[in-house]
Write a protein that binds this ligand. Structure first.
Ligand code: NAD
Length: 250
């Protein structure tokens, strides 16, 4: 589907972003523009294409996007996916934590999307990584949930703005996905400890407890769904949210 295409992917060094880089390269994307703040992990990716531009830095830094706009060239696809998870009940949430999360998940998404819309070829397709948290409220998740609800609305506005040029913009809203994002969360460290240090068992327990289908997605499953949204098979789909959460938000 992506044969001969150029794709921009943010948060490409890990988890869903890395799986998207693999999936698009395997499906024939010939040029990848990969953005992440983790340069070592970005460069360690082994991909099925050699034409890879690595851009290291913070997606919330406008200077990074000036660099991408100068170097990337026209885009056929973009997966705007870099994000972080920080939390806490509203009454206890520091403004510093709120701002830190919004800087990446919202400012970073705006800057990424602005660049992608500027560089997009006619009939390009973009996917923004939102979250089921942007649809279903949970206590303790205000900053992350608000940022992801905003990502969904950004995708819809961009879909309207891009439509006259055939540019499609959709969001994907995963529920739990087994990626390293969980490892930075203190409660998850506790859960792993409860399972005798078995990380896979802790992920399985979270999946069982949260979603009717009883498990988390893999990053590869989400990447395949992103690839579908980018493909011509999804040619009439724009401004939608693909909820991929095992029924969690029902
Ligand atoms: P991850 O931690 O494995 O990957 C995130 C990547 O983004 C990392 O490589 C990290 O270095 C990069 N990144 C973070 N902040 C950055 C910044 N300021 N500038 C540049 N790069 C930055 O996590 P993941 O689970 O693959 O998350 C990808 C996206 O999926 C995020 O937007 C996340 O909110 C969303 N998501 C994840 C889940 C889940 O359960 N894992 C569920 C729903 C949505």
């Amino acid at each position: 589907m992506a044969s001969g295409k150029t794709a921009l992917i943010t948060g490409a060094a890990s988890g869903i972003g890395a799986a998207c880089a693999q999936a698009l390269a395997e499906r024939g994307a010939t040029r990848l523009v990969l953005v992440d703040r983790d340069e070592a992990a970005l460069r360690a990716l082994e991909l099925a294409t050699e034409d890879v531009l690595h851009v290291t830095g913070d997606v919330a830094d406008p200077a990074l996007w000036e660099e991408v706009e100068a170097l990337a060239g026209p885009l056929d696809h973009a997966v705007l996916n870099a994000g972080i998870g920080l939390g806490g009940p509203i009454a206890e949430l520091s403004f510093e934590t709120w701002r830190a999360l919004m800087a990446v998940n919202l400012d970073g998404m705006f800057l990424s999307l602005r660049t992608a819309m500027r560089l997009a070829n006619d009939n390009a397709a973009l996917v923004l990584t939102a979250s089921a948290a942007g649809i279903k409220p949970e206590a303790g998740n205000a900053a992350y949930a608000a940022s992801k609800a905003a990502v969904i609305q950004l995708a819809k506005v961009a879909a309207k703005e891009g439509a006259s040029r055939g540019i499609r913009v959709n969001a994907i809203a995963p529920g739990g996905v087994d990626t390293p994002i969980w490892d930075a969360m203190p409660f998850f460290a506790g859960l792993v400890e409860q399972h005798g240090g078995d990380r896979a068992a802790a992920i399985a327990a979270m999946g069982k407890g949260s979603a009717p289908l009883g498990r988390f997605a893999t990053a590869e499953e989400i990447a395949a769904q992103v690839a579908f949204l980018l493909s011509d098979e999804a040619a009439t789909i724009t401004g939608t949210v693909l909820v991929s959460d095992g029924g969690y938000s029902l």
